[in-house]
Design a protein around this ligand. Structure first.
Ligand SMILES: [Zn+2]
Length: 238
């Protein structure tokens, strides 16, 4: 097995994709993997899945997991295919190692998400040698897609509290599922409107205000007003 096919196996790259070249620079502390495909290869049309010929290609690259202490990058000629069905036109082929629009491979993004559970984003970014805005973009993507799928139909007992986002100012309000011990919603502010915003979010995720039987809150007038207006049908404060 040569170096190229060894890396193809390690990266899970399967035909028609193949590793065309591996170059290692000790000076730049960098490993570069060049990915391409066999001449004449076809790719599935992203619309209908029909095998379609390559129309043209554009070069893209992605940061991948470090190879030991060396930063590793994948570069590929990504094809656009021309589907036999003229309605589908010319479409960019999705690559199996990264999601559309990301400059990182899926494995690198998985590492990002594992790190940011354990440490501040700035620390994770420094550790990875990336600017934190790029790291935040990855986090935003996965948080948004996880939140879109969140199902709050079973939420019955909630807790709410306020905390300051920065030292002594800029309050945020947080809403928890007391049974699952899970954060459901957070929003800026600490007035009764935050409860309304939580209620809207609850409804958007299959939940229902009339399902809420208990609310645990401090005796701030704003929260009590919010709960009375927007939430509890049967009132239990504790
Ligand atoms: Zn098609």
């Amino acid at each position: 097995m040569n170096t190229e096919s060894l890396f193809a196996v390690a990266l899970g790259i399967t035909p028609p994709w193949e590793v065309e070249g591996v170059s290692f620079s000790k000076e730049n502390k960098r490993l570069d993997l060049k990915i391409g495909f066999r001449r004449g290869a076809t790719f599935a049309c992203p619309v209908c899945g029909t095998a379609a010929p390559v129309h043209d290609t554009s070069e893209k690259s992605w940061r991948h997991l470090n190879f030991f202490q060396f930063e590793t990058y994948l570069t590929a000629r990504v094809p656009r295919v021309k589907c036999p069905n003229p309605d589908h036109g010319v479409k960019l082929v999705p690559v199996p190692w990264a999601r559309a629009g990301s400059g990182f491979t899926l494995l690198f993004e998985a590492l990002v998400m594992a790190l940011v559970r354990e440490m501040p984003v700035k620390t994770a970014a420094a550790l990875l040698g990336e600017h934190d805005t790029r790291i935040w973009r990855v986090i935003d993507h996965y948080i948004q897609s996880a939140r879109a799928q969140a199902d709050h139909a079973e939420v019955r007992r909630i807790g709410m509290d306020e905390t300051s986002a920065r030292r002594g100012q800029d309050y945020i309000s947080l809403f928890y599922d007391m049974d699952q011990r899970q954060l459901l919603f957070g929003t800026e502010g600490r007035d009764h409107e935050t409860v309304k915003a939580f209620t809207e979010d609850l409804k958007a995720h299959n939940g229902a205000p009339e399902n809420i039987t208990d609310a645990c809150l401090d005796m701030s007038k704003a929260f009590i007003k919010g709960v009375n207006e927007a939430l509890l049908q049967r009132r239990n404060y504790f």
